[in-house]
Design a protein around this ligand. Structure first.
Ligand code: AMP
Length: 117
């Protein structure tokens, strides 16, 4: 697996606050939270740098990231209040770690998004 920061977290070589795990997905708290709840969901067994690198046969993995986030939201009791999931792809979205990951943001009303700047 490509040696990204998140690969090291998956291998437990650097610490993270892990809050979700199943066979395919690891969820851990973002180190610089942008909302009261900010969790990153990453594929454990496949190193895919960006969403643009995702192949059609890997579509189930993208769904598993979504389902993991939704399950975590239900488990933690904020699914009804609502939440946002985001995946940044490359420079203009501000991607900094090149191991695909889904951001889950929740815990308060969230501002709008997508404006340049
Ligand atoms: P992105 O900008 O979409 O690539 O997201 C990368 C995220 O990883 C950012 O929100 C960072 O705050 C977060 N991050 C960086 N280093 C760590 C770390 N050691 N543990 C947890 N989250 C991290």
């Amino acid at each position: 697996m490509t040696d990204t920061l998140f690969a090291k977290i998956i291998r437990r070589e650097i610490p993270a606050t892990i809050v979700y795990e199943d066979d395919d997905v690891l969820g851990f708290k973002d180190i610089a939270p942008q909302a009261p709840v900010h969790v990153l969901f990453v594929p454990k067994n496949e190193a895919i740098p960006t969403l643009d690198d995702l192949k059609p046969e890997q579509a189930p993995l993208a769904g598993k990231l979504m389902l993991a986030a939704a399950e975590y939201a239900r488990r933690e009791g904020f699914a009804q209040d609502g939440y946002r999931v985001v995946m940044n792809c490359r420079e203009h979205a501000g991607q900094t770690v090149f191991h695909i990951h889904l951001h889950l943001l929740a815990g308060a009303p969230l501002g709008r998004f997508g404006t340049p700047g």
